[in-house]
Write a protein that binds this ligand. Sequence first.
Ligand code: PLP
Length: 393
Amino acid sequence: MASGPAERISRVPPYLFAEIDRKREEALARGVEVIDLGIGDPDQPTPAVVVEALAREARNPAWHRYPSYAGDLLFREAAAEWLARRFGVELDPRREVMALIGSKEGLAHLVWAYTDPGDPVIVPDPGYPVYRMQALLAGGEPFLWRLEPERGFLPSLEAIPEEVARRARVMFLNFPHNPTAAVADLSFFEEVVAFCRKHEILLCHDAAYTEITFDGFVAPSVLQVPGAREVSVEFHSLSKPFNMTGWRIGFAAGNARALEALGVVKTNTDSGQFTAIQRAAVVALRETPAEFFSRMRSLYRRRRDLVVSALRRMGIEVPPPRGTFYVWAPVPRGYTSASFAAALLERAGVIVAPGSGYGPGGEGYFRLSLTVPDERLEEAMERLGSLTWDLST
Ligand code: PLP
């Protein structure tokens, strides 16, 4: 028999969605028509100009060879131009922008570039699981930085113990936030950047949802804070804003030294993204009409309002989120995140994500995703509504 896997594999806690996956299979076997509001994956297509660009670029034999490690320079230039247009930040595309095979890849590899065994890694709780799980895999000690419901799910810097601040080399942040849908303004980023400068911590801001905001809120970049690039790297993704989750393309921008370290991990791990995809992403960044983004925002806003009002009718009050395509809501009394998610699947055939899957700070909540067609979402909310009497018992 082959030997077992490395000890680090056992450091990763059991997959919390496994139980949901099992129940989903059971429901499907019973013939239940399951509606999946668990996954955040846009249902709308990639802009047509981008698809056409890929078809064209795929025919170029030059791209059939290995791509450049740091990314195609044209892609990095287009990313830098986009950051300048959108946030007013000027970066050197050669030193301060790096192509990623989706932002998840960059976030994961950054942890390896900045974590030695035993190092604290500051991660939001609840939060996108990749930061915490990669910290565990790398032998680090995640410090779960609690997002505080009473502060609109912003964390407070005072909650970071002096000892953690002194020893940590890296902090993760993500606004607009998955899973709570919370947003942060520039003044919050200013405080965090000042903290990271003081304690010499690399701030990694996961900016996956900056383009999906509502009600007049415009999400800032941490790189807008003066001096931020001395201590920050921001991770951008084409996945959510351009409906390109399957394409696997994103970029890291900011501190050149951190990108160099990330490059060491990457060059020894992956060999970059297909250049044809990078060239199509150039078209996405440069040529996607503004109307596309406003259409996507109004689509998600409409769905958000539908879900928020349906929840209200069920006796679950949530303020309408101003960012992301998620709604984060408290579970009714008597349920845990997992038992409520299981009950919804069993009784209504609706999958939601249990909050505890995003860290202990998510216990007592569930997340609904707005990335299913309107009529499916309406149907899901009708099914949940018909359970109201049951939920409060
Ligand atoms: N960061 C957050 C907060 C996410 O929710 C996701 C995807 O769900 C990602 C990063 C990964 O995105 P990408 O498709 O760019 O790897």
